[in-house]
Design a binder for this molecule. Structure first.
Ligand code: G6P
Length: 605
């Protein structure tokens, strides 16, 4: 969501902060701001819109060696300069990620004590609270500990206190925050990628720790005194977080998918069969399990639906997917003997985390599938299966989804062997088919002519339907989400047989209906549904495996799916739908990597 950067050192702080903010911009991009300590004075510069707008406001006069910066994704209060961070109250200036849940109550109380507020944000209220406790002879650390006792919610703060020039304080609760150790100074960041241009050495700030950054040192405080930081080296490098010659991060990430899937599956295959010992997972964790719940948000939920279907199909263990924001509010009646699988690219999605906490309270074991390292979700899970997609910067996930699908597929085959519903030879064949899918991704990326043509036929449409059955339907959900997210065309996924129970009334002359038919066993059924829409004027687009039907029978525009097996068809469908959304968004002139109103990592409920 929002992003935090801070710097204190020997170099120009504004340049470093702006560079960091440009990297963080993928997290939230409705406004941004920096606070600099310049010649003993605090100066705050804020701008609505992109970081570029902020950069244009920063002049050489703003030279400083210490500052904090922020990119915002509005939660409390509209998008405006007043609501942008940093906020300053009294002698405290700060930036904040997360949500202060009791901010209204705090605000009323603080107003009663003489504070007045210029913004509608929860952040400014927190700022006033820190100021209230930052009285004479009180060290900022003590003021911080006193103030946070009154705060409910999640937060990461970067704070500057008047009187402690050249120092930045940081703390966090349920929201990530790191310290970077550079040769030119110390950094604070909510995201490791923003540290990469400056340093690869970092230390996590633990819950209940407060850090004080000075030009040459970082002091980590706990309630009991000072503790030693644990410095680590980032395995990512700066180039991985750059566009590398592609016009968009999304395009780059689509192109990285075969490599990402390959890296993800290789360590989990042994003797031609799935093996999760790489993740410290053995058969023990599945002993006694009667059902599996999969939780996730957005694309992670969509892939979770596919995972649940595959697990039931191959292992006959009962499995269901849940939208994480609903899981704990409409909990399933039976949570006994349940394994919960949480899926999250970022590992920081608030609702997914909350679902995991709920599941743990109910006594469930939790295995998470995560891409980013050192995340809150990883810490709260019993086991983690990491995907090796590398940093994903585009807001619309692509390689994150592809790697999650590959893990869920392997897991379903693993469970099939575990319950003896799949024999070893069949299981090996399925693993081989996954392996072939990787080559197939590369093949599709070299053969995009039809997708480009299709994009040119539909990009002016206002609405589009995706239909399919079983796993194809879940892929439709993802395809529709991709199109909506980045091109702003209204798109809806339907189970192919369900469309006629109401929604078919929306089909008009020329409405695109995209049907997926990788589920060959259901192809004839789906084809009948395609025809139902065709007779009502739809422009029918079908993705069909080769040799199954003559193209004329299948629709107005037919794309032949590559491969010979279900998993290959699914990966090819995924590629086609991702590229279609990308090409349509390009033709519509949309801001593909940073679609309006969205954020990459949603750390609020
Ligand atoms: C946001 C993103 C989606 C993503 C979802 C879950 O809404 O825009 O693309 O699928 O969060 O994110 P996660 O990091 O938990 O996978």
């Amino acid at each position: 969501m929002c992003g935090i950067i801070g710097y204190v050192g020997t170099e120009n702080a504004s340049r470093r902060l702006i560079e960091g903010l440009k990297i963080l911009e993928y997290r939230g991009y409705d406004s941004s701001g920096i606070c600099l300590l310049s010649r003993g004075e605090i100066s705050i510069i804020r701008a609505v819109g992109r970081v570029e707008n902020l950069e244009n406001k920063v002049t050489d006069k703003d030279e400083s060696f210490c500052g904090i910066g922020h990119t915002r994704w509005a939660t409390h209060g509209s998008v405006s300069e007043e609501n942008a961070h940093p906020h300053r109250v009294g002698r405290v200036t700060l930036v904040h990620n997360g949500i202060i849940e009791n901010y209204l109550e705090l605000r009323t109380r603080l107003e009663g004590e003489g504070y007045s507020f210029k913004s509608q944000t929860d952040t400014e209220v927190a700022c006033a609270l820190f100021d209230k406790y930052y009285v004479e002879n009180v060290h900022p650390c003590v003021a911080i500990y006193r103030a946070v006792r009154e705060i409910r919610g999640s937060y990461a703060f970067g704070i500057m206190f008047d009187g402690y020039e050249g120092r930045i304080f940081g703390l966090r609760h349920r929201s990530p925050l790191l310290v970077g150790l550079g040769s030119d100074g110390l950094y604070l960041s909510s995201d490791i990628t923003a540290l990469l241009p400056f340093t690869k050495t970092y230390s996590l700030i633990e819950e209940a720790e407060v850090v004080e950054l000075r030009e040459k040192e970082a002091i980590f405080y706990t309630h009991d005194g000072i503790c030693d930081p644990v410095w680590q080296e980032a395995t990512l490098n700066y180039d991985q977080a750059q566009k590398g010659g592609f016009s968009h991060f999304m395009l780059k990430e689509i192109n990285e998918q075969s490599e990402s899937v390959r890296k993800t599956i290789i360590p989990r295959i042994s003797g031609g069969l799935p093996d999760f010992s790489h993740d410290g997972i053995s058969r023990d964790i599945f002993q006694g399990i009667k059902q599996i719940h999969i939780v996730g948000c957005g694309s992670a939920y969509n892939v979770g639906c596919m995972g649940a279907r595959l697990i039931e199909e191959y292992s006959r263990i009962s499995a269901s997917a849940f939208v994480a924001s609903e899981y704990r509010y409409s909990p399933p009646a039976n949570m006994q003997s349940t394994l919960v699988i949480a899926i999250s690219q970022s590992g920081e999605t608030a609702d997914t985390l909350a679902s995991v906490r709920y599941a743990k309270l109910c006594g469930c074991r939790v295995v998470s599938i995560i891409n980013a390292r050192e995340t809150s979700l990883a810490r709260e899970s019993d086991k983690v299966i990491y995907t090796y997609a590398g940093p994903e910067i585009a807001v619309a996930t692509t390689k994150g989804f592809a790697t999650q699908l590959s893990i869920l597929y392997l897991l379903s085959v693993y469970l099939g062997i575990f319950t003896s519903k799949l024999d070893t030879e069949v299981a090996k064949l399925k693993v081989d088919e996954l392996d072939s899918s990787v080559r197939l991704i590369e093949g599709r990326l070299k053969d995009l002519g039809q997708i480009e043509e299709l994009a040119s036929l539909i990009y002016r449409k206002e609405s589009c339907f995706f239909i399919g059955r079983s796993l194809d339907y879940f892929m439709c959900q993802e395809g529709a989400l991709k199109l909506k997210e980045i091109s702003y065309i209204h798109a809806q996924a339907y189970q192919a047989g369900e469309l006629k129970h109401g929604t078919i009334s929306l089909i008009e002359e020329g409405t695109p209906v995209i049907s997926l038919m990788g589920e060959v066993r259901l192809l004839d059924k789906t084809l009948s549904n395609v025809k139902e829409t065709k007779s009502r004027g739809a422009f029918t687009i079908s993705l069909v495996p080769k040799n199954e039907k003559s193209p004329q029978e299948c629709g107005d525009f037919v794309i032949t799916l590559m491969g010979n097996s279900l998993i290959e068809y699914l990966f090819d469908e995924l590629l086609c739908l991702q590229m279609l959304a990308y090409k349509v968004a390009l033709l519509r002139g949309c801001d593909i990597d940073k679609p309006r109103n969205l954020a990459k990592s949603v750390t609020v409920e």
